[in-house]
Design a binder for this molecule. Structure first.
Ligand code: SF4
Length: 437
């Protein structure tokens, strides 16, 4: 039997790409992963189109591999993900060292595409095929997994926010059938997983087929709640308009659903929300948060914010700051607006860069203050921690609370995968410390 070839995957962007990279690595038979491109037989860039100049960054990364390809002409280089979808054939034209380009909906065709490159073919597949790529990706080998895993249940988005490329690069919303998700979840649990984060670009719009008809995300969560050995369920990323009553109720009644919710709002100004085509208002978002907190008073909220969106005035920005004060976030991602080619907002004028920079700083300082205050309030509380890996110091273990805080325990007797009660004794810069109860 010949030695396995080496596969180097570089993953950009979101958790969904992390999951896709795992599945692609498993689908490419005859390869094992390496952490360095230098000894790879195949390099795969799994790209993301969300950040500024994403395509240019991919081209410059590809340029760095020329020296490797010159030294090893059999080296295969592939581009996957949203930049592959958006650029397609253009990647081959601009960077001839690339052998294959595969869009996010065609990953199940990757093994066949890779085989074709051995005959010297250059292969591009950015179709949106009818078949379910996850179903056709090879079943995972029964290798052990860490305690926490991602599981993609939904892809694509029908919302068309004015700044976002997802509806163009990932296509319309598609949900995986319930039974396939349950089968994959049980398999993950058998391999050591205790916590599953359900992923989707618009995950709470999930509507998967099942023998009892179409099921919502809340119904899927309740089905997962019955999986023995699965202790924690999370989901991300959600749109406020898809937070249904039953999903809110699940936050109050399903013990396995963790008290953490990432619910992007993007802006606190109705004028800007309208220009963003967000289809919710500041008030509807605030009312929604109130209902979620009624169901689960201790829930930790996380958000996404874009500052400097076209036409954002001082008053619009002040409205966003007010909303942040009102909601009180435990965590948030914030970005300065930058146009994405092909999106409606890209055609509009931009806010002065220095003004946008100053707003971003002000917003991030407020979020950091809220985050630290909430983190500090955990001191003295007992929380359940899922232990994931050894910490930096000898005898120390690191895990996550239900609120997604990193927790370090010194002289820890808990093992990887254990869920144990921890008394929080200290709030550090970005994590908590405590001792087993
Ligand atoms: S809901 Fe999210 S993924 Fe969909 S268009 Fe808006 S920002 Fe993009």
């Amino acid at each position: 039997m010949s030695a396995p070839k080496k596969l180097f995957i570089k993953t950009y962007g979101c958790q969904m790409n992390v999951y896709d990279s795992e599945r692609m690595a498993e689908a490419l038979e005859g390869y094992e992963q390496t952490q360095s491109p230098d000894d790879a037989d195949m390099i795969l860039l799994n790209t993301c189109h969300i950040r500024e100049k994403a395509a240019e960054k991919v081209y410059s990364e590809l340029g760095r591999y020329k020296v490797l390809k010159d030294a090893k002409p059999d080296l295969k280089i592939g581009v996957a993900g949203c930049v592959a979808q958006a650029e397609g054939q253009e990647i081959m034209r601009r960077q001839p060292l690339v052998d294959l380009v595969v869009g996010p909906q065609s990953y199940h065709r990757l093994p066949e595409m890779e085989a074709r490159t051995h005959n010297g073919a250059k292969v591009v597949d950015t179709d949106f095929p009818e078949e379910d790529k996850f179903e056709h990706l090879k079943a995972r080998p029964k290798a052990k997994r860490g305690p926490s895993a991602f599981l993609t249940v939904q892809e694509g988005c029908d919302k068309f926010c004015a700044f976002c490329v997802v509806p163009y690069t990932r296509g319309a919303e598609v949900s995986r059938p319930v039974d396939r998700i349950l089968t994959e979840a049980r398999d993950l649990v058998e391999r050591g997983v205790r916590e599953i984060t359900l992923l989707g670009q618009n995950v709470n719009a999930y509507h998967g087929a099942s023998s009892q008809g179409e099921q919502s995300l809340a119904q899927l969560i309740w089905a997962l709640d019955k999986v023995d050995g699965l202790e924690r369920i999370r989901f991300t990323t959600s749109h406020p308009n898809d937070m249904t009553d039953e999903l809110i109720e699940a936050h109050g009644t399903c013990d396995k659903l963790m008290p953490y919710l990432h619910l992007p709002v993007q802006s606190g100004s109705d004028h800007i929300l309208k220009r963003m085509n967000r289809s919710h208002t500041r008030d509807s978002y605030i009312r929604l948060i109130e209902r979620i907190r009624e169901a689960r008073p201790d829930i930790l909220l996380s958000g996404d914010f874009i500052v400097g969106f076209p036409e954002e005035s001082d008053q619009d920005f002040a409205d966003t700051m007010d909303l942040i004060r009102e909601v009180n976030y435990g965590q948030a991602y914030s970005f300065k607006y930058s146009p994405r080619p092909g999106t409606p907002a890209a055609e509009r004028g931009e806010v002065d860069a220095a003004v946008a920079d100053a707003r971003l700083q002000e917003l991030q300082a407020l979020i950091a203050h809220q985050q630290k205050t909430i983190q500090d309030s955990m001191v003295g509380r007992e929380v359940d921690v899922l232990f994931e890996k050894p910490g930096r110091d000898a005898g120390q273990m690191m895990g996550k609370s239900g609120y997604l805080h990193a927790v370090h325990v010194a002289d820890c007797t808990a093992q990887r995968g254990d869920i144990r009660k921890v008394l929080i004794t200290e709030s550090q810069r970005n994590s908590l410390a405590g001792r087993l109860v």
